[in-house]
Design a protein around this ligand. Structure first.
Ligand code: HAM
Length: 423
């Protein structure tokens, strides 16, 4: 038997419903915030993700890199932002002086150690906003991330915010941190030892207790911020306060990718059973990425949620998932003679725009009714030999259990009016 690749998973029909429901909800929320949908390739030239001086987790955690038959060096995208910015620059979508807001859904690939909520192929929904340097946009983007969680009825989510300062501030702080940690290197966890030379700021959100004890006396990022940085952060927080968005300031939050500067945030889940990978999503400002990818010298801000983690959080938040009906009607045939007649009726109903299904293999009425209920059909249409000879159908509302018999010609009008009420 063939097996799926380690770190990947299949979406089976039952899970497929939850996925589609989630995707539909996400598209609706994005429309409400007036954000346009974009889609970029799953693979890009390697340089899009591995830019010069890049020391982020994308290097240490490994991306999937390969050469195609013409020796092009390609990378499966480990995240959405860089590819989307490449596309914005290449297609000249950004017009100076205007703000561009886009969102995307799609698969990403990271060669990480798989565990609950962490896969080698995973899906993200993300938003990128280019060209607005005001703190209002930071607040709007954080509010959208928070609202998205609310709309998805996910409980136990906490917004954590930090200010990393400008890239200069960050570099100064990084030097101070390296200076402090280098003599203590041997006491750090092996992961933090590796990060000390590659991505030292990430040591701040190490989960190791020893690392955290060492960090207690480390220099604090806060002390390196300029007055301008502090004022900017205050403005963002004040708008969030006025919109009643709850948040926690966390000066250990640095984020894994190295393009961030200024305001960064994460939405974490404190639901029991969520597992160690408790970040539902995260994001922040990036001041230099657009320019680095060949575009204008303009700042951007965005975030992404892991869609598998949204689904896990949804299922932990409420035992009964709200999943809409997948079928308008299921046709139940009583006797072999009615099957073709029923098939042709179903075919006409589908062409009229209804979602209808049936089983062609002769089964008992009970088992067909069970199928209708399993498929969460709104109606069952009963077709026996009496109905057929009278050109009638019996329609059973599976919610109210009410049942009426009518002429087949009246069926479409009847169902449309009923479905208008139900949907
Ligand atoms: P990130 O924090 O690397 O940020 O990923 C965002 C979210 O993707 C995480 O919070 C997590 O929910 C999910 N995620 C990441 N890795 C995995 C994995 N291996 N398995 C399952 N889920 C995962 C970014 O990717 C940035 N591009 C976000 C951003 C957009 N910043 C600005 N704009």
């Amino acid at each position: 038997m063939y097996q799926r690749v380690k770190g990947t998973y299949d979406v089976t029909p039952t899970e497929g419903r939850a996925w589609r429901e989630l995707e539909n909800q996400l598209h609706q929320i994005m429309s409400r915030y007036h954000i346009d949908y974009v889609r970029t390739p799953i693979f890009e030239y390697k340089d899009v993700f591995h830019r010069q001086d890049e020391h982020s987790d994308m290097v240490t955690k490994e991306t999937y890199n390969f050469k195609d038959r013409s020796d092009r060096e390609l990378t499966l995208r480990p995240e959405g932002t860089a590819g989307v910015i490449r596309s914005i620059v290449e297609n000249k979508l950004y017009v100076p002086g205007h703000t561009l807001k886009v969102y995307y859904l799609g698969a990403n690939y990271r060669y990480e150690r798989p565990q609950k909520g962490r896969y080698r192929e995973f899906y993200q929904v993300g938003v990128e906003v280019i060209g607005d340097p005001t703190p209002i946009i930071d607040a709007e983007v954080i509010t959208l991330a928070y609202e998205l969680i609310k709309q998805l009825r996910i409980q136990g989510a906490v917004v954590k915010i930090n200010h990393l300062g400008s890239s200069i501030t960050r570099k100064q702080y990084q030097s101070a941190l390296i200076h402090y940690l280098t003599p203590l290197k041997d006491q750090l966890s092996s992961e933090s030892q590796a990060r000390l030379s590659l991505n030292p700021l990430r040591i701040l959100d190490s989960k190791s207790k020893t690392d955290q004890a060492i960090l207690n006396d480390a220099p604090k990022l806060n002390a390196f911020l300029t007055d301008e940085d502090r004022h900017y952060m205050q403005s963002v927080l004040s708008i969030l306060d006025q919109s009643n968005i709850p948040y926690e300031i966390n000066d250990q939050l640095v984020r894994g990718l190295d393009y961030y500067s200024q305001v960064v945030f994460e939405i974490q889940s404190n639901l029991e059973g969520f597992g160690a990978q408790n970040a539902l999503g995260g994001g922040g400002r990036y001041d230099h990425l657009v320019k680095e990818l060949g575009g204008h010298d303009v700042s951007g801000i965005g975030f992404a949620f892991g869609m598998e983690r949204l689904l896990i959080a949804q299922s932990l938040s409420h035992s009964e998932q709200h999943i809409s009906h997948s079928l308008d009607a299921f046709i139940i045939t009583l006797g072999k003679e009615s099957t073709i007649h029923a098939y042709l009726l179903m075919d006409r109903m589908r062409r009229q725009g209804l979602n209808v299904s049936m089983d062609y293999q002769v089964k008992s009425m009970k088992s067909q009714l069970k199928q209708a209920l399993d498929f969460r059909s709104k109606f069952a249409i009963l077709l026996g030999s009496d109905e057929i000879s009278n050109q009638e159908v019996t329609v059973k509302n599976l919610q109210t259990e009410q049942q009426i018999t009518m002429k087949e010609t009246e069926l479409f009008t009847y169902l449309s009016s009923q479905l208008g009420v139900l949907s």
